[in-house]
Design a protein around this ligand. Structure first.
Ligand SMILES: [Zn+2]
Length: 263
């Protein structure tokens, strides 16, 4: 059913979009076509908003497609209104080219209102409707961006809870990252303490497993492990798993036969 709804919405969306461009050119005969377009563009915005939950139920990774659709709506609307303004006699010969009309359309959409070009006569209400549509679109775009960021930062780490034993959460009072001290984390910590590490080749003090959180460059803050020698600072490759970090230390750095075959 969702597939049918999506197909219907997308089909209507592109049919109405195509109609809008055609109708915009008719504004030269009757200003009413500009108003018909403004209603159709509001309908397109409605379709774009209705489509968001359908797409996101499908897959949480489709924020990009939702964002593109809303962004496309914004650029498309500005262009269509510009055609209407350019074709309309109501503005007289104020526009030397389509680019002037596009500029006027964009400043109206974003409610900038420089005032160097002022609408006159029957077109005034049309510019107000455009400004309203623009004002309604910007929060939708902002919401999609926010939803995307929220999803990437928090829910993804919950999704991976089954696979990863160590994770961070934000302390709501302090506002920075703190480690999740779950029963599973504590149990893993005890198991990790039992891992046997080979002494370092510098024959100094015993190496130890260091856990750290790689936040820079990774949007989901998950633990990584490396084995470090206290004396010489030699370390294993950072891994998502303590056992793999220990394995890298025990075999890759200390087994010369392994090193030869792996190169
Ligand atoms: Zn060492």
């Amino acid at each position: 059913m969702r597939v049918v709804s999506m197909a219907l919405i997308d089909m209507s969306y592109f049919l109405v979009s195509a109609a809008c461009i055609g109708i915009a050119f008719l504004t030269q005969y009757w200003i009413g076509f500009g108003y018909i377009n403004s209603a159709l563009l509001l309908f397109l915005l409605y379709l774009a908003i209705v489509r968001i939950p359908l797409v996101l139920n499908w897959s949480s990774n489709l924020y990009g497609s939702v964002f593109l659709r809303v962004f496309f709506f914004q650029v498309f609307s500005i262009a269509v209104y510009a055609i209407s303004y350019n074709q309309s006699y109501a503005l007289g010969d104020k526009f030397e080219s389509y680019w002037d009309a596009l500029y006027f359309s964009a400043t109206t959409w974003t409610t900038l209102g420089y005032g160097d070009i002022s609408p006159t006569g029957s077109i005034r209400l049309l510019t107000s409707i455009q400004a309203l549509t623009g004002l309604s679109t910007l929060p939708v775009l902002a919401s999609v961006i926010w939803l995307y960021c929220e999803r990437r930062l928090w829910s993804k780490s919950q999704e991976e809870q089954g696979k990863e034993d160590y994770q961070l959460t934000t302390d709501s009072a302090l506002g920075f990252f703190v480690e999740v001290e779950s029963e599973k984390t504590i149990k893993e910590q005890k198991q990790r303490d039992k891992i046997k590490l080979k002494p370092c080749s510098c024959s100094g003090s015993d190496p130890f497993i260091e856990k750290y959180y790689d936040i820079i460059g990774v949007l989901t803050p998950l633990a990584k492990f490396i084995v470090i020698c206290r004396s010489c600072g030699e370390f294993s490759k950072p891994r998502r798993n303590a056992y793999l970090a220990a394995w890298t230390w025990n075999f890759k750095r200390h087994n010369k036969a392994f090193q030869r075959t792996s190169r």
